[in-house]
Design a protein around this ligand. Structure first.
Ligand code: HEM
Length: 180
C-alpha cells in the first residue's frame, strides 16, 4: 500500500480518534515509532492491522471506518493529482476517468504504486457502474471515495453495491447514480 494512503490514515485517525490515537495504534499493531513516507510502498498487512486496532479501540466496525477514510482522503488526493483532473469534470466524469486517466497517472508517476484496476462504464448520463476486483477487497474505501468525490463537487449520489467480494461474489459492482 502506498505511503500516501498510510499518511492519510494517520491524518484520519488523528482527526477522528484524537491526536494520541495514532501513536497508540502503532504500538498496539507492533509498529511503534514507524513513520510512513509518501514515496514508499508498505505491506498491505500494515494498513489492515492498523484499521483492525482502530476498529477495536473505537468500537466502529472496520467497514464503516474504511468508508469514512475513503471519503476523508478525497480532498488531498484531488489536490495532489490535480494535473490529472480536467476542470470541466463533475462527479460522474471523474469516476468515469479514474482508471484510464487518474490511476494511470498514479502508476506512471510511481512504478511501485498499485492502485486497483477499475472497470468503469457510463451506463447512462446519470449513472456509472464501477467493477472493483482488487485482492485487497477495499470496496468500502472505494464507496467512501465516491461519496467524497460527490461532496467535492457539491453533488448528491446514490451508491448501491450490487455484488460484493465479501459476500462471495467474484467482483464488487458499485452502481452510482446522480440525484437531483
Ligand atoms: C482523485 C482521484 C483519485 C486518485 C488521485 C487516486 C489515487 C490512488 C492512490 C495513490 C492509491 C494508492 C495506490 C497504492 O497503494 O499503491 C489508490 C488506491 C485506491 N483507489 Fe484510487 N484514486 C482516485 C480515485 C479513486 C476512485 C474514484 C476509486 C473508486 C471508486 C478509487 C479506489 C481506490 C481503492 C479502493 C484503492 C485502495 C487499493 C486497492 O483497493 O487495491 N480511487 N488510489
Amino acid at each position: 500500500m502506498h505511503g500516501i494512503i498510510l499518511r492519510e490514515l494517520k491524518k484520519y485517525v488523528e482527526a477522528t480518534l484524537g491526536k494520541p490515537a495514532w501513536t497508540e495504534l502503532l504500538e498496539a499493531a507492533g509498529f511503534a515509532g514507524k513513520v510512513y513516507l509518501p514515496v514508499s510502498e508498505y505491506p498491505d498487512a500494515e494498513l489492515f492491522a492498523l484499521v483492525g486496532h482502530a476498529s477495536a479501540k473505537s468500537g466502529v466496525p472496520a467497514d464503516e471506518l474504511l468508508q469514512g477514510f475513503g471519503e476523508f482522503i478525497v480532498p488531498d488526493l484531488v489536490q495532489i493529482y490535480r494535473s490529472s483532473i480536467a476542470p470541466a469534470w463533475a462527479t460522474l466524469d471523474l469516476l468515469e476517468h479514474t482508471e484510464k486517466v487518474i490511476h494511470h497517472a498514479v502508476r506512471m508517476r510511481d512504478s511501485t504504486a498499485s492502485p486497483p484496476k477499475l472497470a468503469v462504464v457510463r451506463s447512462d448520463p446519470r449513472s456509472v457502474e464501477i467493477t472493483y476486483s482488487s485482492e485487497r477487497k477495499l470496496c468500502a474505501v472505494a464507496k467512501g471515495i465516491v461519496r467524497g468525490v460527490a461532496h467535492h463537487y457539491g453533488e448528491r449520489v446514490e451508491i448501491v453495491e450490487a455484488t460484493c467480494m465479501h459476500q462471495g461474489a467474484p467482483v464488487c459492482l458499485i452502481q452510482v447514480t446522480k440525484l437531483g
